[in-house]
Design a protein around this ligand. Structure first.
Ligand SMILES: C[S@@+](CC[C@H](N)C(=O)[O-])C[C@H]1O[C@@H](n2cnc3c(N)ncnc32)[C@H](O)[C@@H]1O
Length: 282
């Protein structure tokens, strides 16, 4: 089995061009996700944790934030399938003692049983080929009755940050906007009933899903923001798959600039966003 375990497609995706784009734009993506990190950390009982797992930790922003909370009394492990993103995470954590990173597929990695007293994720758990198996594997890594807390995206129609760039791409390439359904990907857990059922089947004793509205904020200019949208996110992915002409690429980028400018006020562009904050008891 490759290092991507049972998640070969996502392993390739996050190690190849898209993953490398995330490495290049890590700082800006973290700015956009700042409000969401604050919501996630407010839901975590960090003062009472000592050995914590960050699932799909990417370039480690949330892992490092947890390391700071645990400083002097606990450690955090970030697991991710992307060596590219972990490379940056390790660089950022080089002077931090209470962090380790593991390059592995969280669905199939053999964790030490009941080794963690908490686990969390910012958008790192929606990509599993077999989510029931993955969440069961993660549950076995948790002390019984400890908590898994994560944030994931609510449905596409509640997230203009995803939907509007897709509509722009559709307008210019004629590619249809296809609802993502439950296939592995950012929107896989939009449906609360589907998500709740997965966690129940994975053996969690109780699950609470709270849907929250927030914003993704950036101080980047509309031109810079549009350039990022061309590289990361649902619009970028759809554009790549549409194999556009140069003229289409140009028109899409111009409309991304307009999209961003329309949401700008007082030097900040704010995209409304809706997330689920999920707490499950192992
Ligand atoms: C949207 S990114 C979020 C990264 C990070 N949590 C953050 O908020 O910056 C999704 C992450 O999940 C990771 N991932 C996807 N499938 C995975 C799997 N099966 N096992 C471990 N990590 C996975 C990807 O490599 C990527 O880093």
């Amino acid at each position: 089995m490759s290092v991507y375990g049972e998640n070969e497609d996502q392993g390739k995706y996050w190690n190849e061009k898209p993953g490398r784009s995330w490495v290049l734009h890590d700082h800006e993506m973290n700015n956009r996700f700042q409000n969401i990190s604050d919501i996630l950390f407010a839901s975590l009982d960090a003062p009472n944790l000592s050995n914590v797992l960050d699932i799909g930790c990417g370039a480690g922003a949330t892992t490092l934030r947890m390391a700071k909370s645990l400083s002097g009394r606990g450690t955090v492990t970030g697991i991710d399938i992307s060596d590219a993103l972990l490379g940056l995470a390790r660089e950022k954590a080089s002077a931090v003692e209470n962090v380790t990173f593991t390059w592995a597929d969280a669905q199939s990695y053999q964790f030490e049983p009941a080794g963690f007293d908490g686990a969390f994720s910012r958008f790192g758990v929606m990509f599993f080929a077999d989510p029931v198996k993955a969440f069961a594997n993660l549950r076995a890594a948790l002390v019984p009755r400890s908590k898994l807390v994560f944030v994931c995206w609510a449905p596409l129609q509640d997230n203009p940050f995803f939907l509007e760039p897709m509509e722009v791409v559709s307008r210019h390439t004629n590619a249809p906007v296809i609802a993502p359904g439950t296939a592995p990907g950012p929107m896989a857990f939009g449906n609360r009933d589907y998500l709740s059922d997965i966690l129940q089947r994975a053996g969690y004793q109780a699950t609470e899903i709270v849907t929250r509205q927030t914003t993704l904020d950036t101080r980047q200019s509309p031109q810079e923001d549009a350039a990022l949208m061309m590289k990361i996110g649902a619009g970028a992915r759809m554009l790549f798959e549409a194999e556009p002409s140069k003229a289409q690429v140009h028109s899409v980028q111009e409309d991304f600039v307009r999209l961003s400018a329309a949401k700008r006020s007082g030097g900040i562009t704010r995209y409304p966003a809706t997330i689920h904050v999920v707490t499950a008891t192992a």
